[in-house]
Write a protein that binds this ligand. Structure first.
Ligand code: 1HN
Length: 350
C-alpha cells in the first residue's frame, strides 16, 4: 500500500527521480504509454521530393566535388521528421547518386544491404564482385551485404540513380563493418550479364557445381526494366485488378522465392488511367518512385501531386490512397523483408 498524500507523492517522486537519474535509472511509469503504443505512430513524415528540384542540386554538387573525392556523390533524402539521422524512415535510407561521364566510384563493401533504382542515363554500371550490371533507366540493381561494389560511367551522359539502403537498421543492431578495396575497381571476374544468363530465367546452374559461382542463397542482382515492364503490361491486360494495389508484381530472390534482400523488399505496380485504390495501411515504411504517368497520393488525408520520377515516402501505418490521372507506373521498396523475419509485419485493407 502506498500511504503518502498526493502532494507529498509528487514531491517525493520528483526527489526520487533526481536522486536516481545520475545512476542511469528512470521510472518506466512516466513513459510506459509512449513506449507501448496501441498502433504505430511513426516519427517519420509523409514527404515528396520532386525529381526536377533534387536533380538541380545534385548536378550542382557534380560541379563542385568528384565521385572519387566524395567516394559516393549522393544527396541524402532525409525525412523531415527524422533530422540528423540520414534516414527516410526509421529503418531505411534513401539518396540520389550522380556519376558523371568518365567517373568511377571506388570499390568497397559493407554490411549494409543496398539497391539502386535507375532514374536517368544508360550504359553506366555497378560491378558486383567484379561482374558489371550495365544499367538502363528503371532497372533495379542489388548490392547485398558483404559484396564488393564499384560504379563507373563510361558513357557521355550523367547517370543518376536512387540508392536504397538499410543503414538505420544496421545501425540499430550495431553491426556495421566496411572496407575499401586497395584498387579503385574490382578486377573483372566474369563478363557482364553472366549472372542474368545463369539465374535470370527460372533456371540455375546445378547446385554446388563449378558454374554455380554467385553466393548461392542470393545469386541474382539485376532486375531489368526490359523484363519487369512487359510482365506488368501483360498483367494489366487482365480484367482483374486488385482494389488496394492495382496491378502489382514483387521482385523475388529466385533461390528461395523470398524478398530481394535480407532487409528490403521491392515491387512495381501499374494503375490504369482513372483508377483509384482503396485506402490501405501497412507497417512497412515505403519509398515510392514514379516511373511513368501522373497522379496523386493521399497520405493520412493530405494530397500530394505525383509526376514522372518524383519520389515519396509513406511511413508505417499511413493511410494511403493512390489516384492515376494518367496511367501510373510505380516502383517501391520497403523494410517489409525485415519485418516479416521479425514477425512484425501487418497490413490493413480499408
Ligand atoms: C554506399 O555504399 C553507396 O555503394 C551509396 O553506391 C550510398 C550511403 C551510405 C553508406 C554507403 C554505394 C551509401 C553507401
Amino acid at each position: 500500500m502506498v500511504s503518502v498524500q498526493p502532494n507529498d507523492q509528487a514531491a517525493q517522486l520528483a526527489e526520487l527521480y533526481d536522486a536516481m537519474s545520475p545512476h542511469s535509472l528512470l521510472p518506466l511509469w512516466e513513459q510506459l504509454h509512449a513506449l507501448v503504443l496501441t498502433e504505430p505512430s511513426s516519427p517519420a513524415k509523409p514527404w515528396r521530393w520532386t525529381y526536377g528540384d533534387a536533380r538541380k542540386y545534385l548536378m550542382r554538387a557534380g560541379d563542385l566535388i568528384s565521385a572519387e573525392q566524395a567516394e559516393r556523390r549522393v544527396l541524402i533524402m532525409e525525412n523531415p521528421g527524422l533530422p540528423g539521422q540520414a534516414a527516410i524512415t526509421p529503418s531505411l535510407y534513401a539518396g540520389l547518386q550522380l556519376i558523371l561521364p568518365g567517373e568511377v566510384a571506388p570499390c568497397h563493401r559493407h554490411t549494409q544491404n543496398a539497391l539502386r533504382f535507375v532514374m536517368e542515363g544508360s550504359g553506366a554500371y555497378t560491378a558486383l564482385d567484379g561482374e558489371k550490371a550495365v544499367m538502363e533507366p528503371f532497372d533495379l540493381v542489388l548490392t547485398p551485404a558483404g559484396q564488393w561494389h564499384d560504379h563507373g560511367n563510361p558513357t557521355d551522359k550523367p547517370m543518376i540513380w536512387l540508392d536504397g539502403l538499410d543503414i538505420p537498421t544496421v545501425r540499430l543492431f550495431d553491426a556495421q563493418f566496411a572496407e575499401r578495396l586497395e584498387l579503385p575497381a574490382h578486377p573483372e571476374t566474369v563478363p557482364p550479364g553472366d549472372t542474368l544468363a545463369r539465374y535470370g530465367h527460372n533456371l540455375r546452374p546445378m547446385r554446388g557445381h563449378v558454374a554455380d559461382r554467385r553466393p548461392a542463397e542470393r545469386p541474382l542482382f539485376h532486375y531489368r526494366h526490359a523484363e519487369w515492364r512487359p510482365a506488368l503490361e501483360a498483367m494489366a491486360r487482365s480484367a482483374e485488378i486488385d482494389p488496394h494495389f492495382g496491378h502489382a508484381l514483387e521482385f523475388l530472390n529466385p533461390a528461395d522465392g523470398g524478398q530481394v534482400l535480407a532487409t528490403i523488399s521491392a515491387h512495381v505496380r501499374l494503375l490504369p488511367a482513372g483508377f483509384e485504390t482503396r485506402p490501405r495501411q501497412s507497417t512497412d515504411g515505403s519509398v515510392f518512385v514514379v516511373v511513368e504517368g501522373e497522379g496523386e497520393i493521399e497520405l493520412n488525408g493530405e494530397t500530394m501531386r505525383l509526376g514522372e520520377r518524383d519520389m515519396v515516402v509513406v511511413p508505417s501505418w499511413t493511410k494511403a490512397v493512390l489516384r492515376a490521372s494518367r496511367q501510373l507506373v510505380l516502383f517501391a521498396y520497403s523494410d517489409k523483408a525485415s519485418q516479416i523475419k521479425l514477425e512484425l509485419y501487418q497490413e490493413r485493407n480499408l
